[in-house]
Structure formats: C-alpha cells, structure tokens
Write a protein that binds this ligand. Structure first.
Ligand code: FES
Length: 85
C-alpha cells in the first residue's frame, strides 16, 4: 500500500517556481533534487554536518538536508549560499 502525499508545496528557487506533493519525513534537499528534479542545491553528508547543501531560504542560511520538505511552501530559495558553491 502506498503512502498518501501529505502536502502540496509551491516555492521558488533561483528564480524558478516548483510545485509538488510531498511528505514531512522527506528532507527539502531530497525533494528539490528528486521530486522537482533540480540539482543546484548540492548534496553532501545529508546529516547537517558538511554545509554542502546550505542555501538561503527567505534570506536565512539553511541546510536543506535538515528541514522538512513540507516547510518549503511559499518560500524563496537561493541555492548555494557559500562562496564557490
Ligand atoms: S548535505 Fe551536508 S549539511 Fe546538508
């Protein structure tokens, strides 16, 4: 039996708008890369340690692997907040 989607989210990243259904136990990084098929946020440790996925979410540095994908609704993201990423 498949798990029902928990929430529809719509957000902007690097000037592009995405919308999809997701679950709270899926990270924003996973959802952006695999559900939206947008790979600009880089993937690293996926445990909040390396900072590779860090992006600006509504202007605040955020490690996307550490936030739920359901929190993406209505936000604006600039991927790669660290220089050189
Ligand atoms: S992938 Fe390492 S902090 Fe997110």
């Amino acid at each position: 039996m498949s798990k029902a989607f928990e929430r529809e989210v719509t957000f902007e990243i690097d000037g592009r708008t995405f919308s999809f259904a997701t679950w709270s136990d899926v990270s924003a990084l996973f959802a952006i890369r695999l559900l939206a098929k947008y790979d600009r946020p880089r993937r690293g440790c996926e445990s909040g340690l390396c900072g590779t996925c860090e992006s600006l979410v509504d202007g605040a540095p955020t490690r996307l692997c550490q936030v739920a994908s359901t929190s993406l609704d209505g936000v604006s993201i600039v991927s790669g907040s660290r220089p050189g990423r």
